[in-house]
Design a protein around this ligand. Structure first.
Ligand code: TYD
Length: 205
């Protein structure tokens, strides 16, 4: 399996980090060259942008500013990391990518799906994930799991209504992009989810 670009999507707390780590270990054990990255962030410029985006003090941030900061982080990541890694035949696994902006800023914040898709196209130089895993769990189920466990950042602190909007947007996106987006039932145990992810990868590639 060479120069594949794999992304993970889902609402906050859907279990992406665990699945990404499990997939990373699985592929590394198979002696694949794998790179793990996250959005927003990874590059030093991107991590600075992440701090601005998640800082609770920045409650004056306009939705447009927010969208463009995510796009700036993405532009830098594609340029500095993703394109060179894919050229070197490395498998790239990215925690969130273009779909996050479509659902959170385009639909959640109401900036418009097409507007965000156009920005995405511009900043990614049309680089698309080969496969995207959408970890499907309802926000109310995540909230039940997480209540009182950890402090939330600026984006996580949004209302349940907002997260429900995001969840529905992901469902819509997944149903419209069945060739690329694979839905994984995130109510299952991490082991079952991992197996479903491996099966999808082995079927595709
Ligand atoms: P992340 O660190 O992946 O949060 P979590 O692990 O809780 O899912 O993402 C940070 C936040 O940024 C998350 O609330 C989703 C949001 N986000 C956007 O709103 N738009 C984007 O384009 C991206 C990449 C993330």
């Amino acid at each position: 399996m060479k120069n594949r670009f794999i992304t993970f999507e889902g609402i906050d707390g859907s279990g992406k980090s665990t699945q990404i780590q499990m997939l990373y270990e699985y592929l590394s054990e198979k002696n694949e060259k794998v790179l793990l990255i996250r959005e927003p962030g990874t590059t030093s410029i991107g991590e600075k942008i992440r701090e601005i985006l998640t800082d609770k003090k920045n409650n004056a941030m306009s939705y447009m500013t927010e969208a463009l900061l995510f796009m700036s982080s993405r532009a830098q990541l594609v340029h500095e990391i993703i394109i060179p890694a894919l050229k070197e035949n490395t498998i790239v696994i990215c925690d969130r990518f273009i779909d996050s902006s479509v659902v959170y800023q385009g639909i959640g914040r109401g900036l418009g799906k097409e507007f965000i898709e156009n920005l995405n196209q511009a900043v990614t130089c049309n680089i698309m994930p080969d496969i995207t895993f959408f970890l499907d769990i309802k926000p109310e189920d995540v909230w039940l799991r997480k209540i009182g466990l950890e402090e939330s950042d600026r984006l996580e602190a949004e209302s349940l209504d907002f997260h429900s909007k995001i969840y529905n947007a992901y469902k819509m996106l997944a149903s419209k992009n069945k060739n690329r987006i694979v839905t994984i039932d995130a109510n299952n145990t991490p082991e079952v989810m991992h197996q479903n992810i491996i099966d999808a990868i082995n079927t595709r590639f």
